[in-house]
Ligand binder design. Structure first.
Ligand code: BDR
Ligand code: CA
Length: 313
C-alpha cells in the first residue's frame, strides 16, 4: 500500500476526499493535517475528526496553520461550505480529540520516519507543508510524491479570473512548495472541473445512517452554492479534493504534461495565478506534472462505488 498524509481544510469536498482515502484499499493514511481555509482551523479540525469517526478509522488528526505564512487570512467561505464548513448540515456530536502537536512538525516527523516513501496529498492551502519545508530544509528530497489539489493551469480561476482558492489563499506557501523540487502532480481546476457529481447522482444517495445523511445534506448545499454562481453548474458540482486522492492511488486517471510552474505572488490582478511555462522547450526537467485531462467515467465509477453511499453506482 501507499503511505500518505492528507492535508485538508474540511470543507464539503474535503470530507469526500477524507472518506475516499480512509476507505481506500491502496492508501494507508498515516495522518490527516488540518488548517484554515474553507473555515477556521478549529472548525476544519472538528469536521475532520467527525469524518474519521464516521469512517471508524483510527487515524491521527493534527491541527496546523490558522493563517497564511506571511499575510492575514481572508476569512472563511460560508457561501460554499456553510458556517460549520459542512454545508450547515446537522452534525452529530464528535467524541474524538485532535492529536497534540502541530501539523508541520507532524509532516516533518512522518516523512523523516519513512524517507523516500511518503506521498503527501494536499487539498487545502499549502501553508502546513510550506512550514514543514521551512523548518527542515532537508525534507523535500525525502518526499516520494506530492499530489496537490490546486491551481488553474490553462483555465480560469475560481476566486479571481486567474487564481484557484488553494493557491490564492496562500500564494507564498504555494510558490515555496512548488519550487522545492518535489515530484508533484498538480490536480487543478483544469481537471477537477471535469470531475462532475450531478444532482441526479446525489439524489440517488442512500441516507439511512449518520454518514450518508451528513454527506447527502452537505452535498446538496454544495450543489446549490455552485448553481448560484454560474449556469455552467446548473446541475452538477466539481468534486475537487477527492480527485486528488484517486490520482494519488492511480495517476493514470489523469493525463499530465511536465512544465515549469511558478506562482505569481505580487501581481495586483494576478496574485495567486498558476504560471505555466508552456512555451516550446528546451526546459530544464521540471518536477511538476500538470494534470490536463481526466478519464471522467473511470474516476466517477471508482468514486461512487468507493463511498458506499450509492446503491447502484
Ligand atoms: C478548493 O478550494 C476549497 O474550497 C475546496 O475545498 C478545494 O480544496 C477548490 O478550489
Ligand atoms: Ca479543500
Amino acid at each position: 500500500t501507499i503511505p500518505v498524509i492528507l492535508d485538508v481544510d474540511t470543507g464539503i469536498d474535503d470530507a469526500w476526499a477524507i472518506w475516499s482515502a480512509l476507505r481506500s484499499p491502496v492508501l494507508t493514511v498515516l495522518g490527516i493535517t488540518t488548517g484554515y481555509g474553507n473555515a477556521d482551523v478549529e472548525t476544519t479540525t472538528r469536521n475532520t475528526l467527525l469524518i474519521t469517526e464516521l469512517a471508524n478509522a483510527d487515524v491521527p488528526v493534527v491541527p496546523g496553520a490558522a493563517k497564511p505564512l506571511w499575510t492575514p487570512w481572508e476569512g472563511p467561505v460560508p457561501d460554499f461550505h456553510g458556517h460549520n464548513g459542512l454545508g450547515d448540515a446537522e452534525l452529530p456530536p464528535v467524541f474524538r480529540k485532535p492529536t497534540p502537536g502541530d501539523a508541520a512538525q507532524f509532516i516533518r516527523e512522518t516523512v523523516r520516519a519513512h524517507p523516500g516513501h511518503m506521498t503527501i496529498i494536499t487539498v487545502a492551502r499549502l501553508t502546513n507543508l510550506a512550514r514543514a519545508l521551512l523548518y527542515d530544509p532537508e525534507l523535500a528530497p525525502m518526499i516520494r510524491q506530492l499530489v496537490v489539489m490546486g491551481g488553474a493551469a490553462f483555465c480560469p480561476g475560481n476566486v479571481t479570473p486567474v487564481a484557484e482558492a488553494n493557491i490564492w489563499g496562500d500564494p507564498e506557501a504555494a510558490q515555496l512548495v512548488l519550487s522545492a523540487g518535489i515530484p508533484t502532480i498538480l490536480v487543478g481546476l483544469d481537471v477537477t472541473h471535469q470531475a462532475r457529481l450531478t444532482r441526479d447522482m446525489v439524489e440517488g444517495m442512500r441516507r439511512n445512517d449518520p454518514a450518508s445523511q451528513l454527506f447527502y445534506q452537505a452535498t446538496r448545499f454544495y450543489l446549490e452554492a455552485y448553481r448560484r454562481i454560474s449556469p455552467v453548474f446548473e446541475d452538477w458540482c466539481p468534486i475537487h479534493d477527492a480527485l486528488a486522492v484517486f490520482v494519488a492511488e492511480d495517476p493514470g486517471l489523469v493525463q499530465t504534461e511536465r512544465y515549469p510552474v511558478a506562482i505569481e505572488t505580487t501581481g495586483r490582478l494576478t496574485r495567486g495565478m498558476t504560471v505555466v511555462d508552456s512555451r516550446s522547450g528546451p526546459y530544464p526537467p521540471s518536477p511538476v506534472e500538470v494534470a490536463v485531462g481526466l478519464d471522467e467515467p473511470r474516476f466517477l465509477n471508482a468514486f461512487l462505488s468507493r463511498s458506499g453511499f450509492f446503491p447502484n453506482p
